[in-house]
Design a protein around this ligand. Structure first.
Ligand code: ATP
Length: 240
């Protein structure tokens, strides 16, 4: 589903990401972990088609990011949910549905399903400005959900979420994976990655420290987590 090869994006000061390689197949969750400034957002924004790489390739089911097909296949949820404060939840989701070509006779059904999928039906008529961070995050997910993307790209979605919202998100991601979606999720929380991810790309100062399979057994997860902390120079949050 996703094939990233030799991806490089260098900013003027020489920071960025350098020669990143990894793949993600359908029905898997790939975690991306690294300290502040490690390059997680840069990587995800390149994959979402929002930043132009300097070198390397990105293929989303054979399509490039930023092309019509690439955009339809990809849903990007940034770390800060960007919503128009005066639009209601339902207006936001309708807006996104129209932008992605949901036909008008399917709009009501599509929006209703999206709201239900993220548990926001009761908030449909609330203005976005009155929502909590976690609820805004859900509006972003609902918008992504209803354009039937195959690749979800989530940048630090656990930031600012309380424990129930975080548990809800973990379950939602695993449900999407069971439906065959491919999910890339960055986080500072090794615990979250251990809970949800099948594999994990580790970034340090813009360079890959490898891609590991996340072990399934609890004791192996603990040992793996200790290794990851060492490989990332200790600069990763174990608990939120
Ligand atoms: P955080 O966990 O703090 O969100 P991150 O892993 O997402 O960090 P990036 O935001 O990708 O890291 O930043 C990677 C590096 O590139 C950092 O050193 C950052 O200062 C630099 N950088 C990011 N965006 C720009 C930009 N627009 N111009 C110049 N440098 C940038």
């Amino acid at each position: 589903m996703l094939d990233v090869g030799g991806l490089t994006k260098a900013y003027r000061q020489g920071e960025g990401i350098f020669d990143i390689h990894f793949q993600a197949t359908s029905g898997t969750i790939v975690g991306i972990i690294g300290a502040n400034g490690a390059g997680k957002t840069t990587l995800l924004r390149c994959i979402a088609g929002l930043l132009k790489p300097d070198a390397g390739s990105i293929e989303i089911a054979g399509n490039q990011p930023g092309t019509e097909a690439g955009k339809c296949l990809t849903a990007f949820v940034p770390d800060q949910p960007h919503l128009f404060p005066s639009l209601t939840v339902v207006e936001h989701i309708q807006f996104k549905a129209k932008a992605f070509g949901v036909p008008s006779d399917k709009l009501e059904e599509s929006v209703g399903q999206a709201l239900e999928a993220v548990g926001l039906s009761a908030y449909a008529d609330r203005t976005s400005g009155s929502l909590s961070k976690g609820q805004k995050q859900k509006v972003m997910l609902a918008s992504a959900y209803q354009h039937q993307a195959q690749l979800f790209v989530l940048d630090e979605p656990t930031n600012g979420l309380d424990i129930p919202s975080r548990q809800w998100l973990a379950k939602w991601l695993v449900d999407q994976k069971a439906k065959g979606k491919t999910i890339l999720v960055s986080s500072h929380s090794l615990d979250f990655i251990k809970d949800v991810a099948d594999s994990c790309l580790m970034l340090r100062k813009g360079k890959s420290q490898g891609v590991d399979q996340v072990p399934q057994a609890q004791d192996e997860k603990i040992a793996w987590g200790d290794q990851v902390i060492q490989r990332l120079g200790g600069a990763v949050q174990v608990h939120e």
